[in-house]
Ligand binder design. Structure first.
Ligand code: HEC
Length: 479
């Protein structure tokens, strides 16, 4: 008998015994085998991969994909999962209570519930099969960084507070560029395929990154900037996350989600500390008040909402709630560096400045908190930012295939300068000295503008392009 057939038989025997045992615990009475992709992977993703992924492999273990569960580790230790043998699988051991001792894993977290443990046990007993959709090539990690054939759409840019670094979103990674000569300093490769938003904390020691893998998971990453190490990976929801912002004391990171929620996590532990479900559509941006006691959020539901952090209570709609006043969904928000005033932009192309806190009771039909309306941009506004001194605002829009950036004076709305080019603008960020504005979007290029004149100082692709791109360009030139 061939080795292969032996293995198949062993798996069948395991499956048979596994099944008999599983029957009792199988509430819905279905005989369907447990699915790795639909049941096991999301469970491990929610409870385990924050500490067990390539960029942060506690105990040397990675639990992100089927391959890593069944592989021996670098020291040649037995795999965490031995198909057909739940009793010999360290994975199951680690989540099981013994002799009154709580399960070892998840470390410092609530134990899995008994149905989840039973699901793992059954999956292993049934042969620990892999029903993941086929993927091409090995997983993307720090040691196996993404290879680009063309520049990916740029969704987010952030300057470190001292201007020494410019962080740029890539695919599966954030690239750190030298703020002066623009060379690539480091690549922070994490789990999330799409990076939607990046933000430095106040002293620039930590970088928050939010994004995810569409229809699979949302993730918040916290990187130590000096050592380029991943401190926290916290998953939330099963889709991308948006609009990261730090609380002024650096304790919390707020973000929005496509499940209509606004959330915040503790930046050290990754634990969720705030959840608000007041919106009716995707939440795309967040900002804290100056004292950190409140967080605002903007949504495709056309509103900007105020939530109290300590109580997680919805406080107010900052924008008017009268139908028709807001013409389209809101996509971006930024808070003035020294005042509780908020700059928002969205589908109607009109940037608006609002005060955060209402000074008189709402009257039906009012838009009391509105301080200023800036001249409309063509298309939809996806990006808004204040300069570090609060004197200027920058906004970026996308209109069909074209993009526009405008800089206005905060105090009177007078336009300072503008830039227009090919490709929608999805992100803008003033350098800390206020003289340069970084912008980016559909073209994948970083555009560095003189913030007085709007003139382009530099325009470049921030990601290293692979050899296949060189080939593409060449064949293009031959035509
Ligand atoms: C907060 C971080 C954290 C989380 C979350 C976590 N682990 Fe661990 N895990 C560790 C650390 C640290 C070790 C190294 C051993 C130790 O310190 O106990 C480890 C070790 C392990 C080991 C090796 C066996 C052992 O006890 O040394 C397994 C298996 C394991 N984890 C499985 C899991 C599973 C399954 C989950 C999710 C249900 C999970 N871990 C969640 C931090 C974590």
């Amino acid at each position: 008998m061939s080795v292969r057939r032996l293995a198949v038989m062993a798996a069948l025997i395991g499956a048979a015994t596994g099944h008999a045992l599983a029957r009792q615990g199988n509430e819905n009475g279905s005989d369907e085998p447990v699915s790795y992709w639909r049941q096991i992977r999301p469970l491990l993703q929610t409870r385990c991969v924050g500490c067990h992924q390539p960029a942060k492999a506690k105990g040397g273990h990675v639990l992100v994909d089927h391959r890593s569960l069944l592989a021996r580790n670098a020291d040649g230790d037995a795999a965490l999962v031995v198909p057909g043998q739940p009793g010999s699988s360290a994975l199951l051991d680690s989540v099981t209570a013994f002799d009154g001792e709580p399960p070892a894993m998840p470390k410092d977290g609530a134990p899995l519930d008994t149905t989840q443990v039973e699901l793992l046990r059954r999956w292993i007993a049934e042969g620990a099969h892999d029903d993941s959709p086929a993927v091409e090539g090995p997983p993307v990690t720090q040691d196996n960084p993404p290879i680009y054939e063309q520049a990916p759409v740029l969704t987010s840019l952030a300057w470190s507070p001292n201007g020494e670094l410019l962080a740029v979103s890539g695919y599966h990674e954030v690239l750190l560029l030298d703020g002066t000569d623009r060379h690539l300093v480091a690549r922070l490769v994490g789990l999330a395929e799409r990076i939607e938003s990046i933000a430095f904390n106040r002293d620039g020691s930590l970088l928050a990154v939010v994004g995810g893998s569409p229809a699979r998971m949302g993730e918040v990453q916290v990187w130590d900037v000096a050592t380029r190490t991943l401190k926290v990976s916290a998953t939330a929801t099963f889709d991308c996350l948006y609009g990261a912002s730090w609380s002024p004391d650096g304790r919390l990171i707020a973000f929005g989600a496509s499940d209509k929620s606004v959330r915040a996590i503790d930046a050290k532990s990754g634990q969720q500390v705030l959840f608000s479900g007041a919106h009716d559509d995707w939440v795309l941006g967040t900002a804290f008040s100056l004292d950190g006691a409140h967080v605002v959020s903007v949504s495709r539901d056309r509103t900007m909402k105020l939530v109290q952090v300590a109580t997680q209570q919805f406080i107010d709609d900052i924008t008017s709630i009268t139908p028709g006043v807001q013409k389209g969904g809101l996509m971006a928000v930024a808070r003035h560096p020294a005042r509780d005033e908020l700059l928002i932009g969205g589908a109607d192309g009109v940037p608006r400045l609002y005060r955060m806190f209402r000074e008189q009771a709402r009257k039906i039909g009012d838009d009391f908190n509105l301080l200023r309306t800036f001249a409309a941009l063509p298309g939809r506004v996806f990006a808004v930012a204040f300069s570090a001194d609060g004197e200027r605002v920058a906004v970026g829009s996308s209109n069909g295939g074209n993009g526009e950036v405008r800089i206005y004076q905060t105090a009177d709305g007078v336009e300072v300068c503008r830039y227009a080019g090919k490709g929608g603008i999805f992100t803008v960020a003033f350098a800390p000295d206020g003289r340069t504005l970084a912008a980016g979007g559909f073209s994948g290029e970083v555009i560095l503008l003189d913030s007085e004149s709007g003139a382009v100082r530099h325009q470049f692709v921030p990601v290293p392009l692979g050899p296949s791109d060189a080939a593409l360009t060449q064949s293009g030139e031959e035509q």
